[in-house]
Design a protein around this ligand. Structure first.
Ligand SMILES: Nc1ncnc2c1ncn2[C@@H]1O[C@H](COP(=O)(O)OP(=O)(O)OP(=O)(O)O)[C@@H](O)[C@H]1O
Length: 247
């Protein structure tokens, strides 16, 4: 469904110096598959997620959605891509406009994507909130009036509202307690069963990755460049879930 082909990404760090975060990374995300992505802090997991969504551009390589380069899609393919590929960002308040109430932000999704008939939208929204353990009263609040855990659950609700084919979950349950985490994972599994949703589950929690994912990818450091104190090279390698030391 979605393929990353030889993605390289670096950021400038000074005069003629760049921090190579992703070096020639290729990855295939197929329908219905739950892939975990683990690795040390700063190794480029979120960057990879942003590139999948088209939020950041790679230096080299391309992202294909059903065989089409996401940079060269026509308007209708782009809308289809946006409906089907969603992200829960690591900093979930980034998912909401601070000037809008949460309800207004969530209802915007219905303006852009045909998710369900208009007369069913309110019930559908309420049911989705229930699935992530959020009371409907929170719809009236603004992002800054919510706790980290509440806004994280609302970001998950927002991402799953469109019944996407793929969701990139970036530390998506890191701010909630264990019982809420279990409920959220349960909801994600339901969505996976009903709609064959695929997930890229970025996490530092190896136990959770083992429990939730079909397969786990590790991003691991592979040396450096000859003169490059600055440049770091990483590659995505598939690794067994039983080997957390590879993280
Ligand atoms: N916009 C940017 N400009 C410059 N450097 C950046 C930018 N975004 C990320 N980086 C750097 O790229 C590297 C990878 O960042 P990224 O957020 O992808 O790591 P991560 O694996 O998700 O980390 P963590 O597990 O701590 O969330 C880091 O060294 C980070 O400082």
């Amino acid at each position: 469904m979605l393929a990353l082909e030889s993605i390289t990404k670096s950021y400038p760090t000074g005069f003629r110096r760049r921090n190579v975060v992703l070096a020639d990374v290729s990855l295939l995300l197929t329908q219905g598959r739950i892939i975990g992505l683990v690795g040390p802090s700063g190794c480029g997991k979120s960057t990879l997620g942003h590139i999948i969504l088209g939020l950041e551009q790679p230096d080299r390589g391309r992202v294909l959605f059903h065989g089409r380069d996401i940079r060269h899609m026509n308007r209708s393919s782009k809308m289809e891509f946006r409906k089907n590929v969603q992200m829960v960002p690591q900093h979930p308040d980034a998912a909401f406009n601070p000037r809008l109430s949460i309800g207004a932000s969530l209802r915007e999704v219905f303006r852009f994507h045909a998710v369900c008939p208009r007369h069913e939208q309110a019930d559908y929204l309420e049911a989705t909130l229930q699935h992530v353990c959020v009371p409907p009263e929170l719809l009236k609040r603004h992002p800054m009036q919510l706790s980290g855990g509440e806004i994280q659950r609302l970001a998950i609700a927002r991402a799953i509202l469109t019944k996407p084919a793929l969701v990139v979950l970036d530390e998506a349950t890191s701010m909630v307690d264990v019982s809420v985490q279990a409920a959220v994972i349960h909801t994600l599994r339901d969505l996976h069963r009903e709609h064959d949703t695929a997930y890229l589950f970025i996490t530092h929690d190896m136990a959770l990755a083992n429990a939730f994912c079909d397969e786990i990818l590790c991003m691991e450091r592979r040396g450096g460049l000859p003169n490059g104190v600055v440049a770091k090279r990483y590659s995505v390698v598939q690794s067994l879930a039983e080997e957390p030391s590879a993280v």
